[in-house]
Write a protein that binds this ligand. Structure first.
Ligand code: G3I
Length: 345
């Protein structure tokens, strides 16, 4: 019988987590001990993003990413490189580029240098992240504004040349939204039509306690797999808090910070909600197991609830409970549900 997540899922798909700098530095080593025990895939939560990798033009900093690689090697874990070309967490020099020749050179240097540096050691790269808007159009990022859509295929081509053994993914959120999905499919087909390598699509699983529906998640897994690529669930967490975007007439710029209805569980998650979260995770993993032939990996976006980015997004200072381990690193009911559903298989 399985006594870890990675053990429970080893015949089906990789089971991963995000790892951040603070967790590596913890003197208690609670996060790293738990990661080594439970997971067999690792994604840097922040440290491989462009602002950290190339803070100054032509001056790369691999200090933190090397630590992550060393941790992964020590524990025999698959590493996901996250992420090469993304509109967020950009260094200032890159955001400021307006010239096409300069932008092409910058992309070429960034992608080639980093992918070659970890050649043979990174299992897959999130080559391009979040390039599509919810309405299906391409995001007006600095890359798009300077180069148009060609930067996308070009980035994949550069990554393929720099490390032919790494698998290359497109990664994005709201991937169950049908309009966005159509845009992503259109974009991926364009890459494929140019005979440029793309191996997979990452569906960020930043989901909620009651949305998206299992049926909508399933339709998307099938639609992406129909492109002939692998599907990874890349950033899984399930928020139990109300989203201000869902509120009637809500304006995200409004100050919600001291509004108790937006932070309903400041101290402890009531038992009924623990159970609801466990059921939600059970249903989600049951679906993943049904489509195990299409799914390469499922990665949680964090280890324990205290360290989740969701405590501060989209409202600062809330208390969310999105992961499988509580604030003391103890497994929650949701953890057991994820193990149980694999055992039933
Ligand atoms: O490094 C600075 C530090 O110097 C400073 O003192 C501190 C003060 O706020 O900020 C630190 O930077 C923070 C960074 O995380 C590292 O901790 C940023 O403020 C903070 O915004 C940033 O948040 C990250 C976020 O991406 C940025 O967009 C989250 O940790 C990370 O979980 C999140 O991950 C993204 C994925 O990469 C892509 N998909 C969506 C997902 C969630 O937003």
């Amino acid at each position: 019988t399985a006594n870890s997540l990675k053990e429970a899922y080893k015949q089906y798909f990789l089971l991963g987590t995000a790892l951040n700098r603070g967790q590596i530095q913890e003197t208690s080593a609670k996060a790293t001990t738990l990661i080594a025990r439970e997971f067999n895939a690792l994604t840097a939560e922040n440290d491989m993003k462009s602002a950290y990798m190339q803070p100054v033009k032509n001056s790369f900093n691999f200090t933190e990413s090397d630590k992550i690689m060393a941790f992964a090697q020590k524990h025999n874990m698959y590493v996901v490189g996250h992420t090469l070309i993304w509109h967020s967490q950009l260094p200032n020099w890159l955001s400021a580029i307006t010239d096409a020749v300069e932008m092409n050179k910058a992309i070429e240097n960034h992608v080639t240098t980093i992918v070659k540096k970890y050649k043979g050691k990174i299992g897959s790269w999130d080559v391009v992240n979040e390039a599509v808007e919810d309405n299906g159009s391409l995001r007006k990022s600095v890359f798009f504004n300077v180069l148009g859509e060609d930067y996308i295929a070009k980035s994949f081509q550069l990554a393929a040349e720099a490390d032919p053994s790494a698998e290359l993914y497109y990664n994005d959120y709201s991937m169950t939204n049908p309009t966005k999905r159509a845009g992503v499919i259109r974009m991926v087909k364009k890459i494929q039509e140019q005979n440029i390598k793309i191996d997979g699509i990452g569906m960020q699983g930043h989901w909620h306690i009651d949305s998206p529906s299992i049926a909508d998640i399933e339709s998307s897994i099938i639609a992406y797999a129909n492109l002939g690529v692998k599907v990874a669930i890349t950033e899984l967490d399930v928020s139990v808090l109300p989203s201000p975007w869902g509120q009637q007439g809500a304006d995200i710029n409004q100050n919600f910070e001291n509004n108790p209805t937006m932070n309903p569980y400041p101290n402890v998650l009531p038992d009924a909600m623990q159970i609801k979260l466990a059921q939600r995770y059970y249903n989600i993993f049951k679906l993943f197991l049904k489509h195990k032939d299409k799914i390469s990996r499922v990665t949680f976006w964090g280890v324990n609830d205290a360290q989740s980015w969701l405590n501060n997004f989209p409202i600062q200072g809330r208390t969310d409970y999105p992961l499988l381990f509580d604030r003391d690193f103890e497994p929650k009911k949701a953890y057991q549900a994820v193990i149980d559903v694999a055992k039933e298989k």
